[in-house]
Design a binder for this molecule. Structure first.
Ligand code: ATP
Ligand code: MG
Ligand code: MG
Ligand code: MG
Length: 578
């Protein structure tokens, strides 16, 4: 049991100017976090309690699915990443820890990077640890800090530079086993989100830069989400936009191998465009609408950036872009189905394709105008699409069909679109990493095989905020019972009077025995202030002791999620609470 006066909770009347969405405002106002810098937050004691509860439930459900906890370093030798399959694509998102003193004046690669995810660490670890089929399958996880140099950290914990993730990695002897591990994790995710009181739907996702064979994203439906969920209520179909789009591509093209890397198109001109037009268009990549767009020879083109992913003008300038004008809603709406007024357009040529690939890698970019879409070798597939505006519309016709407000049928079923927050992700990876790192095992006939991997992530800190986004009202947060920092607040109206204080303590003890976490608001404050604070920080049950009620032998119970107050005779209070 805690008392408010000895604990530390600092609520704010107003939210800071940079907090745009409800959950970010409430995070700040309820004093769950404090900002250090862009995408960097201190978890205050109240916020930390929520994070710990979410983590605990996550651990419990993962362990039901046989995952085993470990802890890996966050400072990664760059060698691991260079050896892995996606260094070129991933480096832009990584912070470098370049050993400033030792490396001064020398132009060589940094020796360390801060880990954005841990495939490049776990795979060589398991290679050294596990050699026999007898030790498989294994699934290792950690709940730890991740670092990503997000171009535009925003919405508080939603897109941070340093954040907390559960990441797990499964190793199996064969594909069948890997599929089993994958679905065991999918089930664990479902149980986890259910227990923490969050509605998260599993949607089919493309495997994209990770490669591998299949993938689901867990999305919390929310207007402010960065992702589109394409769904059909009746059939239960749900996919992210990339997947839904690629799924609509004719089957014979869907499996076509990527035809090349960005370098091969370094000087697209009339010839390249003609060649591309002649070739069947390749849509294997998941990043179809989330990719680098370029025109290497300086021809003008137009890039449309989804409005809430605007890039910094300065950064674009340094790459040779100039912002010419904002695209009009009329230009964009019919092509992208995006919200009018929320888009920018840039025109120019690109000096530094590699840098641009990194910057654009995580953003929804679509192109209209002349050019090709492509990406670098390590994951973003090249699509040989001639993207004149008309062709974009024709060839992306399938994409048009699933645009918001324009449902078109998939297999005869109408599709709708809603926004979602990606809170978790599961991949069946295959042998991409195990082959690179030589993570092989010996079977009972002494034959070597690469292990078949899966990887899994839950944004623990993002989920914390998604809970708030999903569960709040005008007065504040409404925590689901399981993750509330305290489940019960005992509000003492006259904290200095001995009798009610003793009753509060007694009831708090009863509640704690029954498994609830309790805080007693023992501050010398007006009742109105206390009630407001209790609502703001979202404690599920408030027990009010004192004043006229107590004089009449009554205490009050009030659920945060309900309007009415329940009056309970003091004599029955303990029984009711237990
Ligand atoms: P996003 O598409 O939002 O950038 P991601 O696909 O890059 O996320 P994953 O690599 O799949 O993220 O990581 C697993 C989980 O980690 C995500 O599902 C998300 O919940 C969380 N996550 C990723 N990036 C961030 C971030 N910058 N801040 C907070 N949580 C994040
Ligand atoms: Mg990302
Ligand atoms: Mg994503
Ligand atoms: Mg993801």
């Amino acid at each position: 049991m805690k008392t408010w006066s000895k604990f530390y909770i600092s609520t704010l009347r107003d939210s800071p100017a940079d907090a745009e969405i409800a959950s970010h405002k409430l995070l700040m106002r309820a004093g769950l976090v404090r900002k250090l810098g862009g995408g960097l937050y201190t978890y205050m004691p109240l916020g930390l309690r929520v994070m710990q509860k979410i983590s605990k439930i996550c651990r419990e459900e993962l362990e039901v699915s046989d995952a085993i906890e470990l802890w890996m370093p966050h400072l990664h030798p760059v060698d691991n990443w260079e050896q892995g399959p996606r260094w070129a694509a991933a480096r832009e998102i990584m912070f470098r820890a370049d050993n400033a003193g030792a490396n001064k004046g020398r132009s060589r690669e940094p020796e360390f990077v801060l880990g954005p995810t841990h495939e490049e660490i776990i795979t060589p670890l398991v290679k050294n640890e596990i050699t026999s089929y007898r030790d498989l399958p294994k699934n290792f996880y950690q709940i730890a800090t991740k670092f990503r140099n997000e171009i535009r950290p925003r919405f508080g914990l939603m897109r941070a530079r340093e954040f907390v993730m559960m990441d797990a990695y499964s190793f199996d002897a064969n594909d069948e086993g890997a599929t089993k591990s994958y679905f065991a994790m999918k089930d664990a995710y479902k149980r986890f989100f259910k227990r923490i009181g969050v509605t998260a739907i599993a949607v089919e996702a493309d495997t994209g830069v990770m490669g591998g064979s299949f993938s689901h994203e867990f999305m919390v439906p929310a207007e402010i989400g960065d992702d589109d969920v394409i769904y059909n209520e009746a059939s239960g179909y749900a996919a992210n936009r990339e997947k839904a789009t690629s799924a609509l591509v004719p089957a014979d093209l869907a499996d076509a191998a990527p035809i090349g890397a960005i370098e091969e198109f370094a000087t697209p001109g009339a010839t390249t465009i003609a060649a591309l037009e002649a070739a069947p268009y390749n849509v294997k990549g998941s990043e179809q609408f989330k990719t680098l767009v370029y025109m290497g020879d300086g021809k003008p083109f137009l890039v449309i950036i989804r409005g809430n992913d605007e890039l910094e003008e300065a950064k674009l300038g340094s790459l040779g872009f100039t912002l010419t004008r904002a695209a009009t809603a009329e230009e964009i709406e019919p092509v992208l189905g995006a919200k009018p007024g929320s888009l920018g357009a840039i025109k120019g040529s690109i000096k530094d394709q590699a840098a641009l690939a990194g910057i654009f890698a995580d953003h929804a970019i679509r192109l209209i105008g002349n050019g090709t879409t492509g990406a670098n070798k390590d994951g973003f597939h090249v699509r040989n699409v001639n993207v004149t505006r008309d062709l974009a519309i024709t060839k992306f016709g399938d994409f048009r069909r699933v645009r918001p407000g324009e449902p078109d049928p998939k297999n005869g079923q109408p599709l709708s679109v809603k926004r979602g927050i990606e809170v978790g992700h599961i991949f069946k990876l295959g042998t991409k990493y195990s082959e690179k790192f030589g993570a092989v095992y010996t079977d009972d006939a002494k034959q070597n095989h690469p292990m078949v991997m899966g990887c899994y992530g839950i944004g623990i800190s993002r989920t914390l905020q998604a809970v708030i986004e999903q569960s709040h009202d005008n007065d504040g947060i409404i925590w689901p019972w399981a993750v509330a920092p305290f489940q019960i607040i005992v509000t003492l109206l006259d904290p200095s009077v001995a009798e009610p204080a003793a009753l509060a303590k007694q009831l708090a003890e009863v509640a704690e025995k029954a498994g609830a976490d309790v805080i007693i608001d023992d501050r010398e404050e007006r009742p109105g202030v206390k009630f407001k604070d209790a609502d703001l920080i979202g404690i599920p049950l408030r027990i009010t002791i004192g004043g006229k009620g107590l004089a009449a032998g009554i205490i009050e119970l009030k659920w945060r999620s309900k309007k009415d107050v329940i009056k309970v005779p003091v004599a029955e209070a303990a029984e009711q609470i237990a």
